[in-house]
Design a protein around this ligand. Structure first.
Ligand SMILES: [Zn+2]
Length: 300
């Protein structure tokens, strides 16, 4: 994705694009964000030094050269200047996710007219009892929104596409966000009005849990945190009053299925539901509908 064609000259902008991109990148670096130059295609502007290697090199910058994409990112102004000096055709900059001090998590929501992603995010927030705190939001040229959130140290949030909900992508460890002020072939990235001064807000823990699926190897592991979580869900159902037993069972079954505990917990959830006075038939029907809903939601 290295550009070989020179930038088209523009009359209106006396400042070379790379200078403008550098200025924006430096101001992001000043806020502690690790940045690196991007080309108009939104890909790293610097060609890999291992480009011509016959065998792909798993180097993440250990060789000491620039050209390792997000692994070039730095918040040191001298390093940032050096990166942009090596990338005179850069028109934008990327911001590395998942690195100190913010451990940035990007929630990329498609907000084009007709998209249901914003509604899907609101629905997730309602179902999982979290709210998106005031935070910096970047508007993309395709009318998407990048919500910047801060994750806890030592937790690697994986990158994902439409896993949380259709049209919602997550940028986490090893990923990057196009910084505000960047110019791409599709247009300019800007901060949403009134959010540019905000730091990335801490990611709500309920949302963070949704972003951290248990790895497959842990799903059937026992004993472990999953078992404790499972016990919590069973207790939650057992302790239900008459008016809430079906909604509680439904909620617990959804969480169980989302976490790969559906099959493991079915018998215990039914037993807990019987304890509250539900019939086995009612309990099975509720658990089955939770399983169906969860399966639909988790499909990309
Ligand atoms: Zn290298």
């Amino acid at each position: 994705m290295y550009e070989t064609k020179p930038m088209a000259p523009t009359d209106r902008h006396a400042t070379p694009p790379a200078t403008t991109a550098l200025a924006h990148a430096l101001s992001a670096a000043e806020r502690g964000l690790a940045v690196f130059p991007l080309s108009r295609t939104k890909f790293p502007a610097l060609r890999s030094p291992h480009h011509d290697d016959p065998v792909p090199t798993p180097c993440r910058g250990e060789c000491g050269s620039f050209g390792h994409g997000v692994y070039d990112a730095s918040s040191d102004p001298h390093q940032v200047r050096a990166l942009f000096a090596a990338a005179p055709r850069a028109t934008g900059y990327g911001i590395a996710c998942g690195v100190p001090p913010y451990h940035l998590i990007g929630v990329d929501v498609d907000t084009k007219p007709g998209s249901t992603s914003s509604a899907a995010l609101r629905e997730l927030a309602l179902r999982h009892l979290f709210s998106i705190p005031p935070t910096l939001v970047v508007i993309t040229p395709s009318d998407g929104r990048h919500l910047w959130l801060s994750g806890p140290a030592g937790v690697a949030v994986p990158n994902s596409v439409s896993r949380l909900a259709p049209g919602i992508d997550i940028r986490g460890a090893g990923g990057y966000l196009v910084g505000p002020g960047s110019v791409t072939m599709h247009g300019v990235y800007r901060t949403a009005p009134g959010t540019g001064h905000l730091p990335p807000a801490p990611c709500p823990s309920a949302l963070l849990r949704l972003l951290l699926p248990p790895p497959p190897s842990r799903r059937h592991a026992r004993p472990g945190p999953d078992d404790q979580r499972g016990a919590g869900l069973v207790h939650f159902v057992r302790a239900a009053h008459q008016g809430q037993r079906n909604t509680r069972l439904f909620w617990a079954a959804c969480r169980a299925h989302e976490n790969g505990l559906g099959a493991t917990l079915t018998t215990q959830l039914i037993a807990a539901a019987l304890h509250t006075g539900l019939t086995e038939r009612e309990a099975r029907a509720t658990i089955a509908s939770a399983a169906r809903l969860t399966a639909t939601r988790s499909r990309a």
